[in-house]
Design a binder for this molecule. Structure first.
Ligand SMILES: [Zn+2]
Length: 347
């Protein structure tokens, strides 16, 4: 089965946009979320710059601790908030398949994304741009992820990954809806609980890496300022999703790496309007109180069983530790023989 699928967009509902709350005064909810990230499969994140010889090590900080960089977490959750919250497409590759002889891109998807879904370009912003900022940086985000730090690391042997960098022509039938009017949506990779796919040696298209193993544990924290209630709710749902779902992060997703479980262990909220009172306007949730607060906040998402988007995300990111499906890209000859086959027909 193909290793990824698309979470579709409901083209009838354009992103809701409005002016973000101002940064220069306290307005809305501020605070901090703390929690843990547990690897459910081997996990790998490159350090930069890459090494030249031997296996690439997992990224670490100045204290030589393994980390999941805040920038990686921000990328993951920006994309998730865009998806869950029906935000704009901040990153959208409009042109594919550069034809060297004709010196032009032969596939253009720019007209396959309705203009209302393109990245925000006025003072009114979608939920993702309000929370994470705009790409130009003219509007700062209201959320900041720290680097997640190692709590316990389980070693994994070095691995030659399967070919992940091989140039593949875009198969339009995968990337467009069946009627070819719109792009198919946002790409997400399936979990592969049965193990990672590896090769025996280095080739032009694979990597020699030293991942960390499942069971590895990190602690994470994220600060937020001036969030609207609906924005905090969306952030909380993006963080914990649903019990039978997991996130994917890092390198080698098609090879089965990068499945992780996020758990919130503490939520601190600060109401600056009450900061001169006895508790300084601070409310902290842990344990049972946290569980019941989260259950209430997440219920509207869980109750939404008709959303095209949420249902597809539930299907693709479903975690079933007994799943033994083999996920591979179709071979080139299949693409050539089936130029119009959609992703659901891939072998
Ligand atoms: Zn936006």
């Amino acid at each position: 089965m193909n290793p990824y699928d698309f979470v579709p967009i409901d083209w009838h509902i354009p992103p809701e946009r409005h002016c973000p709350s101002p940064h220069d005064r306290f307005d809305g909810v501020s605070g901090k979320i703390e929690g843990t990230i547990t690897a459910e499969t081997p996990l790998f994140i490159f350090r930069s710059p890459k090494k030249n010889s031997g296996a690439e090590p997992f990224i670490s900080n100045a204290l030589n601790q393994h980390i999941i960089p805040g920038s990686s977490l921000k990328g993951l959750f920006r994309n998730l908030v865009e998806t869950i919250g029906n935000g704009c497409f901040l990153v959208f590759d409009e042109d594919y398949e550069y034809d060297k002889e004709r010196k032009k891109y032969t596939v253009k998807y720019g007209n396959k994304l309705l203009s209302k879904f393109k990245k925000c370009s006025t003072a009114d912003l979608c939920i993702a741009c309000r929370m994470f900022g705009t790409i130009q940086g003219s509007i700062l985000g209201k959320i900041s992820f720290n680097d997640a730090e190692e709590v316990n690391i389980c070693d994994h042997r070095t691995v030659y990954t399967i070919a992940l960098m091989e140039p593949k022509p875009r198969h339009q039938a995968f990337y467009l809806e069946p009627n070819r009017q719109h792009i198919a949506g946002r790409k997400f990779y399936f979990h592969q609980p049965s193990g990672i796919q590896a090769e025996n040696q280095k080739t032009k298209y694979n990597q020699y890496i030293k991942p960390i193993d499942k069971g590895s544990l990190f602690s994470f924290s994220v600060q937020f300022t001036n969030l609207e209630d609906a924005e905090l709710q969306t952030l909380l749902y993006a963080l914990v999703l649903e019990p039978e779902m997991r996130h994917k992060i890092g390198y080698g997703k098609p090879a089965g790496l990068g499945s992780v479980r996020f758990e919130i262990t503490k939520l601190k909220m600060i109401d600056y309007a009450c900061r001169y009172r006895a508790n300084q306007g601070i409310t902290e949730y842990v344990g049972n109180e946290l569980a019941s607060y989260l259950a209430t906040e997440l219920q509207p998402f869980k109750d939404n069983t008709t959303s095209l988007t949420l249902n597809a995300l539930r299907r693709i990111w479903r975690w079933d530790s007994d799943d033994t499906t083999t996920y591979r890209y179709p071979v080139q000859s299949w693409f050539s023989a089936n130029p119009a086959a959609p992703i659901s027909k891939s072998p």
